[in-house]
Write a new protein. Sequence first.
Length: 353
Amino acid sequence: MEERSFAAKVLAWFDRNGRKDLPWQQSPEPYSVWVSEIMLQQTQVAAVIPYYQRFMELFPDIQALAVAPIDAVLAAWSGLGYYARARNLHRAAEIIARQEGFPDTLEAWMKLPGIGRSTAGAILSIAYSTSHPILDGNVKRVLSRFYAVHGWPGKSHVARELWHLSAECTPQERVADYTQAIMDLGATVCRRSKPLCQICPLNEECRARRENRIAELPGRKAGRPLPAKQCVFLLLQDDPGKRILLERRPPRGIWGGLWSFPEYRDIDAALSWCQENAVPVHRHQTLTSRRHTFSHYHLDYTPVLVHTENPKHFVMESGGAVWYKVETIAKLGVPTPVRQLLQTLSCDEDNND
DNA sequence: AAATCGGGGGG
DNA sequence: CCCCCAGATTT
């Protein structure tokens, strides 16, 4: 019941708004549908169009592709990426040419290299009008949102659930249009970011939308949680000259060789350092902690702003530290968090002056 | 800088 | 079953 209205709504949307003039939609023959579906794996429509047109000129039918040298096929593929697709396409063409005509069952298509369940389903439903579900990235997105299926689709139990839903939603009638429609809807309306829910034909019953969970669906791959490290940055400011102390970081490690604030384990360590180095702490203020993420860990840093009166007593190690005027630091090689903090500082000064 | 995308292949 | 990869593009 609900499934019927699902397909009916998707088809009605397709009739009014779907793309029906794409090059491979002009005549639904197995060869052109197959070539286009392989190209559309992992690749967006706009990128595929010129490649598809050139490919069909060079290899207009299965025989032409089967007898072509692999180098010619790869040359035609050059720039599309995932070149295993081209090699599989060519191998499959040789196999098909040896047989009598194209396969006409799901199982037979799936035996060919480069064709899995989803691509086989697309070819059969579009070129043969036999009802088979598909589950490409677009359909995963539409279904996981519409039914609020949580979890990363790469997990087998999530994929099973989505395949089940896709099969339920796939109609017997007009299956070729439906397959194009659901992919088109996912690509143009139910987009990964900034989906156009206002104009979506499924918006009223979409569970993700009703529950305000569009952004979290489909679930992402559980990236290994990065470890978090904590530190304190000492923002030492001399009130008379409005200068900030920067240190050059060691050549190895994060921000190697860049200029940064002196770094400590915690606030006590920072303040002790001031005391031990005869830096009179006029007043100090702990700012809100922030997070900076590296490829391998998060750095949660707490800026401690210390105003000091007379930095003349402080002797810097040779070349290791330097006082900079906040305005001139912008030109210096400093890491992003340092640049951001300096910006905050100068803004606050503007406000306070 | 990170996420994405369907199928193949290896542990 | 689970994880990783290819590669160019998008955010």
